[in-house]
Design a protein around this ligand. Sequence first.
Ligand SMILES: NC(=O)c1ccc[n+]([C@@H]2O[C@H](COP(=O)([O-])OP(=O)(O)OC[C@H]3O[C@@H](n4cnc5c(N)ncnc54)[C@H](O)[C@@H]3O)[C@@H](O)[C@H]2O)c1
Length: 336
Amino acid sequence: MTSKTILVTGVAGFLGSNLADRLLQDGHKVIGIDNLSMGHMSNLKTASEHDHFEFIEGDVTNESVFSAITKDADILVHLAAFKIPRYGKAIDTLKINYHGTENALEFARQRNIKCVLASTSDVYGKNPDVPFSEIHSNSVIGSSTTPRWAYAVSKLFDEHLALAYQDAYGFPVTLLRFFGSYGPNQALSWWGGPPPVFINSVLNDDVIPIHGDGQQTRSFTYVSDTIDGIAAAIYKDEANGEILNIGSQEEVTILELAKRVKAVSKTPGELKYELVPYASFSKSNYEDVMRRVPDVTHSKKILGVSAQVSLDDGLAKTIEWQIKAMEERGFEKKGS
Ligand SMILES: NC(=O)c1ccc[n+]([C@@H]2O[C@H](COP(=O)([O-])OP(=O)(O)OC[C@H]3O[C@@H](n4cnc5c(N)ncnc54)[C@H](O)[C@@H]3O)[C@@H](O)[C@H]2O)c1
């Protein structure tokens, strides 16, 4: 692809910062937006040293952040969002994921440019039939009285809104359903999912907190694989109008993840963990998803890439990064 100018929202976050580095490396110009609510400028250390990177501190729910951009942009990648309201804050999830996405789509409409949007594996909800297919699987969402479903519903709304914009205004959109990505620049709290929390516990010889009985499964995806998927979705016209799963098919239980983190860390002593009942951290009937694995047949066909990094290899690289990151910024409470 010839050099493009790519606008990335949520650029100081985990995926945004890794994507910015990749796009700059591939010879593109990147304009990044982030309000730094969950992201860190330290994630943008490499990008900031690049002449072709520009950072705008701003809130995507504020339309003027987009209208103030005078430069041409060829593609918009909208990653800024608020994730699962595990500890409350469903209002942030719903408002940011609605208003932010509407503003992003309006920008893409006005410029008539492709928009790649972050969705999530959570939209499959508690559908018991794995692996989840973008084409055949239904979204099975729990009661509206359980706030955690606000995230899945907000992303499903975003998907519908994006496809409706494409239909009404004729510019292409691509929707990416990410499955549990982890790796360098991940949030060092529950915001980054179980991997950073388990790594932190193991490195400090603490007890790993495991929600429920630990038998729920996930397919953790090393960040370089996730970024390969996003980059292919940006570059390939075949991805236009598609919904695509981006994730590893290596399914592990959460208890197995704890064991693997302990083994890969090569720290002395036995694995220490405790089972934490959902009721102890959520006032509102927290419902977990019991199995989560993608079917990647469709995305592999469209994008020509699929996850390659094994969980053990990915954990080894992540632990190496996290040791240094924890020295620099400590373990965080942000979005705990
Ligand atoms: N990481 C994963 O495994 C995963 C899984 C499923 C879906 N996703 C989706 O991918 C996207 C990126 O996720 P991530 O893991 O990098 O999350 P992240 O929280 O690390 O990054 C999101 C970034 O958006 C910024 N942001 C939040 N609200 C904003 C606002 N109103 N205005 C401007 N910036 C704002 C945050 O400061 C943060 O830097 C999100 O849309 C998320 O829902 C990620």
